[in-house]
Design a protein around this ligand. Structure first.
Ligand code: NAD
Length: 499
């Protein structure tokens, strides 16, 4: 059995706790590796290396730091196939989707190459008589990030790229369910010239997370994962005086107006609802057609599309639309929620239960499900299912559809399909959700904008990547300076010298 390691101070370091998490091959249901779960002492060691290395890195001029990131971009492109393959084998998503996961993170690294420009301060000449005032953005010191299983490449890069571009040292605690790609990225950063101790990977579970939260040296904590853990980390980290940003779960609604192109809307729902087996925080899990006729026509278009979805292992290449879910527990939770949907009276119009794939009977495959006539009091509507289950909640009017999205506790992403610019504009302005798509089903902002939800989908006030990340990973220092006036008059005939 392959035993994974931590990546501490540029070395592969074996775990010492004797505790491990199983890393599964979700397609076969087999354990493919053991991931060590760090103790507080192991985390403390990484923090000490980070603290020792960080001042020199912060004092390295931003252009030189950016050059390391330029090289990292080249190396990630060089190893794209290898990274995608490792990602698919632990997560289960298809190879093109895994390459997309790497690519979206890579774009954040590209954005961070602009660090010299992004870190420029502010200056006011003559703020008072003989007084100048300037602000500079300085690195925080040692930062940490805790990431989820579902984007093992993109989300670590959301965090470590801006953190190190700003001159910080970064400790990554990736998901113990998909730990290999974060590790490979840290190795590539070292190959790109990043000094030892500036990017380390410490694997673990709650014990490692608590070691981060209660460590006095670590200045900031970034988290992406489920809402209960986001709330815990935000509350605990803030109480310890740290800068914290936490991103949580989602239940993204797509509103389909009567004037929408329904073929386009149905295609969008298939990709956004079932891609990556629904294991995306920006997946569309709720379709809200407006008007009974729109709903009937949409369901009619969705059923054959959902029934035609091809489910299989990533090794089957492009013939597969989505792969297995990540663990047996994830599969059992999806099946449990589907049963609540049936019990609570929703109509299961495509029944993916009992799905089996020949040769992969032990894999965590879940067939595609489509619910119609769900209502807002049902568990399948209230809870994040994180599986290939699309739930249709019918609304009579646009206002009712908007209210559904507004009243839901999550506010990560949402979309509207319409040909009416006025409806689209009204929706974008009024909806209390962080990321909005207009005829775009998964409106994940590009690296130079920022990513973040509202309500129970995010805690903290700065978003991921884009300009916000340079604010999150630096603190502002403002200097007010006045120099006593010297003698400026009268001729000087000898060469001026410093006295
Ligand atoms: P998770 O909350 O189970 O785990 C996330 C991280 O927290 C992992 O590193 C894990 O080791 C750690 N963790 C787990 N239990 C912990 C505990 N009790 N104490 C401390 N740390 C703990 O989430 P997941 O299953 O890996 O990811 C799926 C979730 O992430 C979904 O809810 C999804 O919506 C969300 N997500 C959100 C975003 C976003 O940007 N809002 C992006 C991706 C995923």
């Amino acid at each position: 059995m392959k035993e994974l390691t931590h990546y501490i101070n540029g070395e592969h370091v074996k775990g010492t706790s004797g505790r491990f998490a199983d890393v599964m091959n979700p397609a076969t249901g087999e354990v493919q590796a053991k991931c060590p779960l760090a103790t507080k002492e192991e985390m403390d060691k990484a923090v000490a290396f980070a603290a020792a290395a960080q001042p020199k890195w912060a004092a390295t001029n931003p252009q030189r730091r950016a050059r390391v990131l330029m090289k990292l971009v080249d190396l990630i492109n060089r190893d794209m196939d290898k990274l995608a393959e490792a990602l698919s084998s632990e997560h289960g998503k298809t190879l093109p989707d895994a390459a997309g996961d790497v690519q979206r993170g890579l774009e954040v690294v590209e954005y961070c190459i602009g660090a010299p420009q992004l870190l420029k301060g502010e200056f006011t000449d003559s703020a008072g008589p003989g007084i100048d005032m300037y602000s500079m953005r300085q690195a925080l010191g040692v930062c940490a990030g805790i990431t989820p299983f579902n984007f093992p490449a993109m989300i670590p890069m959301w965090m470590f790229a801006p953190a190190i571009a700003c001159g910080n040292a970064f400790i990554l605690k990736p998901s113990e369910r998909a730990p290999s790609v974060p590790f490979m990225l840290a190795e590539l950063a070292a190959e790109a010239g990043l000094p030892k101790g500036i990017l380390q990977v410490v694997n673990g579970d709650k014990e490692a997370v608590d070691a981060i939260l209660y460590d006095d040296t670590i200045q900031s904590v970034g988290f992406v994962g489920s809402t209960p853990i986001a709330e815990y980390i935000y509350g605990t980290g803030c109480a310890q005086g740290k800068r914290v940003q936490c991103f949580g779960g989602a239940k993204n609604h797509m509103i389909i107006m009567p004037d929408a192109d329904l073929d386009q809307a149905a295609d969008a729902l298939i990709g956004a609802g079932y891609g990556a087996a629904g294991e995306r925080c920006m997946a569309i899990s709720v379709a809200v057609p407006v008007g009974q006729e729109t709903a009937d026509r949409l369901i009619e278009k969705l059923i054959p599309r959902v029934e035609a979805l091809k489910v299989g292992p990533y090794t089957s290449g492009k013939d597969v639309d989505y792969g297995p879910v990540v663990t047996a527990a994830a599969k059992a939770n999806i099946e449990r929620l589907v049963q609540t949907g049936i019990d609570q009276g929703a109509k299961l119009v495509v029944d993916g239960r009992g799905f089996k794939l020949q040769g992969y009977e032990e894999g965590f495959f879940v067939g595609p499900h489509l619910f119609d006539h769900a209502t807002k009091d049902m568990d399948i509507y209230k809870q994040e299912i994180f599986g290939p289950v699309l739930t249709c909640v019918r609304a009579e009017t646009y206002e009712e559809a908007l209210k559904l999205a507004m009243d839901h506790e999550y506010g990560n992403g949402t979309a509207i399909y319409t040909r009416d610019g006025d409806a689209a504009r009204d929706f974008a302005n009024r909806v209390n959700v962080g990321m909005v798509g207009i005829n775009v089903p998964i409106p994940v902002p590009l690296a130079y904008h920022t990513f973040g939800g509202w309500k129970k989908s995010a805690f903290g006030d700065l978003n991921q990547h884009g300009p916000d990340s340079f604010k999150f990973y630096t603190r502002t220092k403002t200097v007010t300076s006045r120099w006593p006036s010297g003698i400026k008059e009268g001729g000087e005939f000898s060469i001026p010298v410093m006295e």
